[in-house]
Design a protein around this ligand. Structure first.
Ligand code: ARG
Length: 293
């Protein structure tokens, strides 16, 4: 009995204390929330202090480049002086952008189909990954001007080169594509009778092709050439792959404003100085040399 009484008193006391605390909080918070004050404070602060996308990036100090290093000569792993490095002409372009903007370059290698989400979440600041600026993607990201153009091809086994000569001959065959890449859409739209097999990495597509797990793969021409050099049992077929998105562009977060302008200005300069061509030639040579090791 006695115990219960004390418990009740303690409980009541606690309630009283929290009520006071609650009221006190309410009173403190109230003046700040009145519409009159909010209206005065907000416009005065926000526009003047919000940094532009480029200012925000410069304040951060790093340029986190998202790529999918399974794509020689665009981006690939190479052993340089015994060390594994990510190289390629996209990487050279990324280095120049970082240098021009005074930022430290950080490279994040991931699967191609994870790049757009990473950009959206802010874990990367820029995608340079042989990405085609499709209208669908452009709804969610800002694309730079096109810095490189290529076409699509169908890679097959050299032994099959006389069997696979057009879309009809691929009917019922396993046609490999990279997940999340435009090649997936191309397969569905232009080779609807083939059985599409989507894999995460282009390097896995090549292995699947050489080992016979797939019969053909849709691969961008420079990458296809590099694959055939590395694997003489493969062949770039003459099958026509009509495609609208021949260009390659850099993707930034939507509404990048002055940051996008800066990237375009750097690309323009690199183009004018003939550096993009030089980077492509050097990366192609490096990809071929790696194969000889
Ligand atoms: N150009 C194609 C696309 O944008 C494929 C790019 C794949 N890039 C890569 N690094 N694996 O969908």
């Amino acid at each position: 009995m006695k115990n219960n009484g004390w418990k009740k008193i303690t409980a009541l006391a606690l309630m009283a204390v929290s009520l006071i605390a609650f009221t006190a909080c309410g009173q403190k918070a109230a003046p700040a929330q009145t519409p009159a004050e909010t209206a005065v404070e907000t416009p005065a602060q926000t526009p003047a202090e919000a940094p532009t996308p480029l200012e925000a990036l410069k304040a951060k100090g790093t340029l986190v480049l998202g790529t999918s290093a399974d794509y020689p000569p665009y981006e690939f792993h190479a052993v340089i002086n015994g060390q594994d490095e990510i190289v390629g002409f996209d990487i050279e372009i990324g280095k120049k952008i970082a240098e021009e903007l005074g930022l430290e370059l950080v490279i994040k290698d991931m699967k191609f189909d994870g790049l757009l989400a990473a950009l959206d979440q802010g874990t990367i600041d820029i995608i340079i990954a042989g990405m085609s600026p499709t209208p669908e993607r452009a709804e969610n990201v800002d694309f730079s001007n096109i810095y490189y153009e290529s076409t699509q091809t169908i890679v097959v086994k050299a032994a099959d080169k006389d069997s696979y000569v057009d879309a009809a001959s691929l009917a019922g065959k396993r046609l490999g594509v990279q997940k999340g890449a435009i090649q997936e859409t191309i397969a569905a739209e232009q080779f609807p009778d083939a059985e599409a097999v989507a894999l995460g990495k282009v390097t896995d597509l090549i292995i699947a092709l050489t080992s016979g797990r797939i019969d053909a793969a849709i691969i961008e021409l420079p990458v296809a050439k590099s694959a055939v050099k590395a694997n003489p049992e493969l062949f770039v077929s003459a099958i026509d792959v009509p495609e609208d998105s021949k260009g390659t562009a850099i993707a930034l977060k939507k509404n990048s404003g002055d940051y996008l302008d800066a990237v375009n200005a750097i690309l323009k300069k690199l183009g004018e100085e003939g550096l993009i061509e030089k980077f492509v030639a050097e990366a192609t040579e490096l990809a071929d040399q790696q194969l000889e090791q």
